[in-house]
Design a protein around this ligand. Structure first.
Ligand code: ZN
Length: 281
């Protein structure tokens, strides 16, 4: 409808990484919010990929934000991980409440593309673009972190920071070991904070998935709607409002990595998330 920039191509694989709000993919430390299903395929290199630093903040979807009114709405965006996490292993290993009576590691480093473009950089770039568009449309936006050079926050705060918002969207990218795995998927907490919030989170996930599917490939290994439900993700468990993690794509997949590393690709991800949020209200 609004975005028809890429033809969906379905590439399904039995080899999947099911990451969490704090971690995606291989290379994360033990105890991280990551479940990795090993794959036999080796990652491909991507000589065409050029690492892109934080993209300039710009409208994710300027044409849409002009005719959308989000006045009175507060939207929480959680850009996954943080640029300083890798240099602070002790801090991000600290146990924090997992939202279900246990503990979880504070945070993780996240994954990266085969040319070492970090997930934290990608999520930060998309979050800034998404924030810009949402604010252009009149929304109040709160972010879980203020820059891409710090450490954390821990996964419990990545849920509670959204307490005063109407919804929370956590932006991540996945790190399956197989470079053939492709596509986005979305995760909601099951069980949720309560039945009403859980239902609203599923509704949010469906809206985000529908909008993402206009431009990107859904990874239907997670179900027809590319939505998975998990009990173990502390960020989602600590959220009191409708919340979803969007794993925007696979950083080990050559085609998706090029999109994630480019400013134009980041704008497309932000635009899709913007549409999904707008359509949910
Ligand atoms: Zn992640």
């Amino acid at each position: 409808m609004r975005h028809r920039l890429l033809a969906p191509v379905l590439v399904l694989s039995a080899s999947l990484c099911l990451p969490g709000l704090a971690a995606c993919g291989a290379g994360t430390e033990p105890g991280a919010e990551t479940t990795t299903h090993a794959s036999g395929a080796s990652p491909s290199t991507d000589p065409d990929s050029a690492g892109t630093s934080d993209a300039e903040e710009g409208a994710a979807s300027a044409s849409e934000s002009a005719d959308v009114d989000l006045s009175g709405k507060t939207i929480a965006i959680d850009p996954g991980h943080n640029g300083g996490n890798a240099d602070n292993p002790a801090k991000i290993s600290e146990p924090v409440p997992d939202g279900r009576g246990g503990t979880k590691a504070c945070n993780t480093t996240g994954t990266s593309t085969n040319s070492d473009y970090p997930e934290a950089d990608f999520t930060w770039a998309v979050a800034k673009k998404l924030r810009h568009s949402l604010e252009e449309a009149g929304a109040k936006v709160v972010l879980s972190r203020k820059d891409n050079t710090g450490v954390g926050p821990c996964v419990d705060e990545r849920g509670t920071f959204a307490d005063d918002a109407d919804l929370m969207v956590s932006i991540h990218a996945n790190g399956s070991e197989s470079s053939s795995v492709k596509g986005f998927h979305i995760i909601v907490a099951d069980p949720g904070e309560d039945a009403k919030t859980e239902k609203a989170s599923v509704s949010l996930a469906k809206s985000l998935g529908s909008a993402m599917g206009e431009t990107f490939t859904p990874n239907q290994a997670y179900g027809k709607d590319a939505i998975s439900r998990r009990p173990d993700l502390a960020g989602l468990n600590n959220a009191s409002v409708p919340a979803a993690i969007v794993e925007c794509g696979e950083m080990g997949n050559r085609e998706e990595a090029k999109l994630m590393e480019s400013t134009s690709g980041q704008s497309k991800y932000a635009a899709a998330l913007f549409d999904g949020i707008v359509d949910w209200f």
